[in-house]
Design a protein around this ligand. Structure first.
Ligand code: SAH
Length: 353
């Protein structure tokens, strides 16, 4: 059965007409699904019983089961582990900032990009998520926290550009004025750098922020960390980012995870400055979250500040990502891995951080 939450309002209009119903019903149904966030056709009280019956026969309403919520004692960050209808696990993170509430969502179950420092990719890709499953992460968190989400980052498990159609659909549904109406400017999509898809994304006419996971100042180093670097060079990525800026006027965010002794020395900061000067964007430094399956360590504070200083002196805009929920399982994919391991009886006390 089709997932009704995958339908845009205009698609729903068509569907409802095909069911022989008045078009204004589509808007009412859309509101129940995307504003009132109901999960059952029978809750749609202004829809006739006969139309509800037709809807039940033709569509399903996507839901996620909340399996676990971990709450940080340091800040109010919450991590959610959800179970999909087909029994897979995905994770999302809820963060409170002074400017509003932000949710980090997953776009796939697992990932096939193979980045060396990332937990999401270790067991490969299971499948991509539907637009409805991406939305539902935000909707379910909204139901539980009873607070409005104002910012969304697609930086959880998975590579959004490897699930392109559904991610674009998701962004349109999420930012639809008749739905949750989150501002496109408050949505960030992060990619490891699938160049043709970045260009296609630039042409979508959206106003979302693009983040490029760079993590190295040259191709040679990048190839040791990210297999995608064998397919596209940094220059090709930057050219695609320039095109993105040209089309959207949105400054790109260059993500750089600092790994001790791997990509964090002074020379590399210098090289990164040269690489990025003249490109519209800013660098976001992320102290790497060590994962137990790999031997990567985070750079110490002195190194991180020295790296930041160097970039600043060279005129590059740079921020250090504030760490949220440090005490409740680190980077994307770790919560799910831990849950799967526990289910397989591999023990739970192998702290990730
Ligand atoms: N696949 C997308 C989005 C998901 S990852 C991408 O590559 O951008 C979101 C960000 O977290 C990426 O910049 C990714 O490289 C980074 N990341 C993954 N594992 C990490 C870890 N252990 N520590 C710090 N950052 C990590």
């Amino acid at each position: 059965m089709e997932e009704i939450k995958n339908k845009t309002l205009s698609e729903l209009n068509e569907e409802i007409k095909n069911l022989g119903e008045a078009a204004f019903r589509a808007r009412q149904i859309y509101e129940w699904l995307h504003v009132k966030l109901v999960s059952d056709f029978d809750e749609m009280s202004n829809i006739s019983v006969s139309l509800r019956q037709k809807l039940k026969e033709n569509y399903e309403i996507t839901t996620l089961k909340t399996v676990r919520i971990s709450e940080s004692k340091i800040d109010s960050t919450k991590k959610f582990l959800f179970e999909t209808k087909d029994g897979n696990y995905i994770e999302s993170v809820w963060m409170q900032y002074h400017h509003g509430n932000s949710v980090c969502i997953s776009s796939q179950i697992g990932c096939r990009m193979g980045c060396k420092f990332c937990a999401s990719t270790i067991d490969g890709l299971v499948r991509s998520l539907s637009a409805a499953e991406m939305l539902e992460q935000i909707y379910e968190i909204t139901r539980i926290t009873k607070e409005r989400v104002s910012n969304v980052v697609v930086m959880g498990m998975g590579e959004p550009m490897d699930n392109y159609e559904n991610v674009v659909k998701f962004v349109k549904l999420l930012t639809c004025p008749e739905g949750l109406n989150i501002s496109q400017r408050n949505v960030t999509v992060s990619t490891c750098g699938i160049v043709p898809k970045i260009k296609e994304f630039a042409d979508e006419g959206l106003q979302v922020t693009l983040a490029l996971s760079l993590h190295a100042p040259n191709d040679e180093k990048r190839r040791t960390l990210m297999p995608i670097a064998n397919s596209y060079s940094i220059n090709e990525c930057l050219e695609a980012c320039d095109y993105y800026f040209e089309k959207t006027k949105r400054r790109v965010s260059f993500e750089y995870a600092l790994v001790a002794g791997v990509n964090d020395n002074e020379k590399e900061a210098e090289e990164l400055s040269k690489l990025l000067s003249g490109h519209n964007g800013h660098v976001n430094l992320i102290p790497v979250n060590p994962i137990k399956e790999r031997d990567f360590k985070r750079s110490d504070k002195t190194r991180i500040f020295a790296f930041q200083n160097k970039l600043e002196k060279n005129g590059i805009n740079v921020t250090i990502r504030r760490e949220m929920g440090k005490d409740i399982d680190g980077a994307c994919g770790q919560l799910r891995r831990r849950h799967n391991e526990e289910a397989r009886g591999l023990g739970s006390d192998q702290g990730c951080i």
